[in-house]
Design a protein around this ligand. Structure first.
Ligand code: NAI
Length: 215
């Protein structure tokens, strides 16, 4: 099955498999059955087998899965070794937190530049990078060819910034800006992040729990 034919819900489970298997590998585990993996991950064994079958299946009958091999294969599928050149736009509170705390390298991206339109932030060190002004963004992109961008700017600024970035060759956006990039640019890959949505899901769960307790 080609990568494009894999359902989105399977793709969304892969990072969790990858993280879990990485932890098991660190603990020195060599092999694991789909039953044990399912118990540890709170999924059914058949779900796990179905997910892995989308990629040709990784296990061996009677043996289970080799943890290191499976971790490596899922990593390859996710592209964690790709080192895609990436820039971050908006070095405010959120941008600084993301640039300092997310290990891009481990996840297939190489953060090579941080940009902000506020000249007061030019030169500020964040990790190993210094913030650059947006006045040099185009020449930086010409020279370094970033293919991905993290948008940590307000929604009002995002449309113009995204248009420019697409024209400079950026093809993938990790979008925190609340601007719906996909409508204007159907030819790019966008991963929208809304922490507030996750919090509302928690609110729903909490309220359901409280109702159950009260019944
Ligand atoms: P902030 O005000 O601390 O930082 C925004 C930075 O973007 C500023 O340094 C500003 O100079 C810069 N900026 C504005 N327009 C720009 C442009 N065109 N090019 C380059 N830099 C530009 O705000 P904060 O707290 O960092 O949040 C940033 C945005 O992210 C906010 O609009 C907020 O709504 C959103 N946000 C989204 C979250 C999510 O889960 N998606 C979570 C938290 C914030």
């Amino acid at each position: 099955m080609s990568k494009n034919a894999i359902s989105n819900s399977v793709i969304r489970r892969l990072p969790r498999y990858y993280r879990f298997l990485g932890e098991l590998e660190k603990q020195g585990m060599v092999r694991i059955s789909s039953r044990e993996l399912s118990e540890r991950m709170g999924l059914t064994a058949s779900q796990i087998r179905q997910d892995f079958n989308c990629f040709g299946g990784f296990g061996q009958q009677g043996y289970g899965y080799n943890v290191k091999e499976l971790h490596g294969k899922i990593g390859d599928i996710l592209g964690v070794n790709a080192e895609s050149p990436t820039i971050l736009i908006g070095a405010g509170n959120l941008g600084r937190a993301i640039a300092s705390h997310i290990d891009f390298h481990k996840r297939g991206f190489n953060l090579i530049g941080i940009f902000d339109s506020n000249p007061e932030l030019t030169g500020m060190a964040i990790g190993e990078l210094n913030v650059k002004g947006t006045d040099v963004l185009e020449s930086f992109c010409d020279e370094n060819k970033p293919v991905a961008a993290v948008l940590c700017i307000p929604k009002a600024a995002a449309a113009e910034a995204a248009n420019k970035l697409v024209s400079y060759g950026v093809r993938a956006f990790w979008n925190f800006s609340h601007y719906d990039l996909k409508i204007a640019h159907s030819n790019v890959i966008v991963e929208n992040v809304h922490l507030g949505d996750s919090l509302m899901t928690l609110s729903y769960g909490l309220n359901s729990l409280i109702e159950e307790i009260d019944e």
